[in-house]
Design a protein around this ligand. Structure first.
Ligand SMILES: [Zn+2]
Length: 299
């Protein structure tokens, strides 16, 4: 188990250290704005993609990237003709999605998240090698939910739904009903990286499949899908991703149940034909996370 957690931690570390290593480069980050429907936009910068609802009732953002980017994010929001950010939803607790919380909180924005997001931000992960400190008060969600919350804002009905987790134990997806826009948080990456199941944050590969099924159930052929990372996607992309995750789990479970060690299972390279790699999570990291998920299932 020691090695297992090392493998999984390595996955988390890549995500976090890429943030750390990039710290000096934040001044070079450009926030790219994509307007996808009236009153709905996506901001691409560094860290998790930001969904924006704006209009006569105010501005809501889904995730807020890293603290050094807050002013650039505010400038991008202003460029949309939107008023300053009034509400923030965190899809999960990772720092590349919540790093701006403290700044927005201090400016008076109300932060919403699943209760497990707040719990994890309160304690941080100081014992981990990244020494994640407990969040300051202003960075904490002031409204938490267990199943979800719905915003009636700017003429839209915007459902924030807890998925039961998967990437962490606090993942929400956000669905603009009328505009048919779906923000997936890190339950879905539209990049070549293998999926990220953060075991240390309560993630589980089986929950990930269920969360993806929930999202697919909301989507139709026209749904505009905002991934946690990567460019805009559609339902076909999401289904393909879900099938890749499910097939990966089934292959790794078979190796696991044959009595193989994790190291031997990784050496088989069971996921290579998916042609993924690079980015946050490599094949060994994903196999390790599935392995840990199998243990957690008490099969
Ligand atoms: Zn994440």
């Amino acid at each position: 188990m020691k090695r297992l957690s090392a493998v999984v931690l390595a996955g988390f570390g890549l995500a976090v250290s890429s943030a750390g290593a990039a710290q000096d480069g934040f001044e070079n980050v450009e926030i790219r704005v994509q307007e996808i429907a009236p009153g709905v936009a996506v901001l691409f910068g560094r860290g998790g993609n930001i969904g924006v609802s704006h209009g006569e009732d105010g501005t809501l953002v889904i995730d807020d990237q890293f603290a050094p980017l807050t002013e650039k994010i505010e400038a991008a929001v202003a460029e949309l003709g939107a008023t300053p950010v009034q509400s923030v939803v965190n899809t999960h607790w990772h720092l590349d999605h919540t790093g701006g919380n403290e700044n927005f909180g201090k400016r008076g924005a109300k932060i919403f998240a699943h209760e497990n997001v707040r719990k994890r931000l309160v304690v941080g992960a100081p014992e981990s090698r990244w020494n994640i400190q407990p969040a300051r008060k202003e960075a904490l969600p002031v409204v938490t939910y267990d199943h979800g919350v719905t915003f009636h804002l700017n003429g839209d009905t915007i459902d924030v739904r807890f998925t039961g987790g998967g990437h962490t134990d606090g993942d929400s997806i956000v669905f603009w009903r009328e505009k048919n826009v779906l923000h997936m948080g890190d339950l879905y990456f539209n990049i070549t990286s293998y999926p990220f199941v953060d075991i240390n944050s309560g993630g589980n590969a089986y929950d990930l499949i269920e969360a993806l099924d929930l999202a697919i159930g909301l989507a139709d052929d026209e749904t505009m899908i905002i991934p946690g990372h990567g460019t805009m996607a559609n339902k076909v992309d999401l289904v393909e991703y879900r099938d890749m995750v499910a097939e990966s789990v089934s292959r790794v479970a078979e190796l696991h149940d044959s009595g193989m060690s994790l190291e031997d299972a990784q050496a088989v390279r069971p996921l290579d034909d998916f042609g993924r790699g690079g980015g946050f999570i490599d094949a060994d990291g994903f196999v390790g996370a599935i392995w840990a998920s199998l243990k957690a299932e008490n099969r």
